[in-house]
Structure formats: C-alpha cells, structure tokens
Design a protein around this ligand. Structure first.
Ligand SMILES: NC(=O)c1ccc[n+]([C@@H]2O[C@H](COP(=O)([O-])OP(=O)(O)OC[C@H]3O[C@@H](n4cnc5c(N)ncnc54)[C@H](O)[C@@H]3O)[C@@H](O)[C@H]2O)c1
Length: 123
C-alpha cells in the first residue's frame, strides 16, 4: 500500500508532537515536510526528523507529492488554511478548534465538501 505523504503546518508544541508520532508510530504515514512562519522552529524539527522545512505553508500546499496536511498552527489560521488546503486537493487533519466563528467553520465545511477531500477535525 502506498504511504500517505503528509506535511505539517505549524511547528509549535502540538505540531512537534504530531511530527514525532507520524514519523515513528503511524504505519502507512510518511511525514515529508513541516512549515512554520518562525523558520528556525520548522528547521529544527525538520533536521531532527530528516524532512523538508518551509517558512511558507504554501510550499506544502503546492507540492504534488503531499497528499494530506496536519494544520497545527495558531487557531486563527485554521479556517483559512483549511479552505486553501481543500482547494489544493489535500486531505486535512485540523487541530481544534477549526475556528471560534460558526460562519467560518461552515465555510470550511463547504470548501471541504466542494473539493472532495477528507477532513478530520480533532474533537
Ligand atoms: N498544545 C496542545 O496540547 C494542543 C492541544 C489541542 C489543540 N491544540 C491546538 O493546536 C494549535 C497550536 O497549538 P500549540 O500549543 O502547538 O501552539 P504553539 O504556539 O506552540 O505553536 C503554534 C505554531 O504555529 C506557528 N504558526 C502561526 N501561524 C502560522 C502559519 N501561517 N503557518 C505556519 N505556522 C504558523 C507559530 O509560529 C507556532 O510555532 C492551537 O490551535 C491549539 O488550540 C493544541
């Protein structure tokens, strides 16, 4: 079976936890990249795990080799990045909360439905 190639957006506390788990404990997952607006954070995680580092998450969204993203950045970025990821055809795991605004959450759900990708919100 082909591994699901994953990029993580956000190399803070929870992004690092998911990165380590995906790298070492999830059969079928291949962690390929991580991004953080604070470039040293992404570079530190990437160096320790042997993956690519970016400061702009668009580099992950535009990579045809990435099948799915883990959105682990600050809460206010979750809904816009989810919508962009869906439109880029990436499956999505989004850290909680998707947003604090119901209309923004609905917009994410609509974008996911329209794109046909799978989104797993962490409840
Ligand atoms: N830490 C936890 O145990 C935990 C548990 C459940 C949910 N969450 C959720 O996970 C999210 C992150 O939490 P955290 O504790 O890791 O916070 P954190 O502040 O440690 O990390 C967030 C990271 O996102 C980066 N970031 C911000 N904007 C970005 C962007 N546009 N692109 C890429 N990176 C960007 C920041 O530079 C920072 O490194 C929050 O929404 C939080 O509610 C965290």
């Amino acid at each position: 079976m082909k591994a699901l190639r994953i990029g993580i957006i956000g190399a803070g506390r929870i992004g690092r936890l998911h990165a380590n788990n995906l790298k070492s404990r999830v059969p079928g997952a291949e962690l390929v990249a991580i991004s953080d607006v604070y470039a040293p954070a992404a570079k530190e995680v990437a160096a320790s795990l042997g993956i690519s580092a970016y400061s702009d998450y668009h580099d992950i969204l535009s990579d045809p080799a990435v099948d799915a993203v883990f959105i682990c950045s600050s809460t206010d970025t979750h809904s816009p990045i989810s919508i962009e990821a869906a439109r880029a055809g990436k499956h999505i795991f989004c850290e909680k909360p998707i947003d604090h605004d119901l209309d923004k959450i609905k917009a994410v759900i609509e974008a996911v439905k329209a794109s046909g990708v799978k989104e797993i919100p962490r409840n």
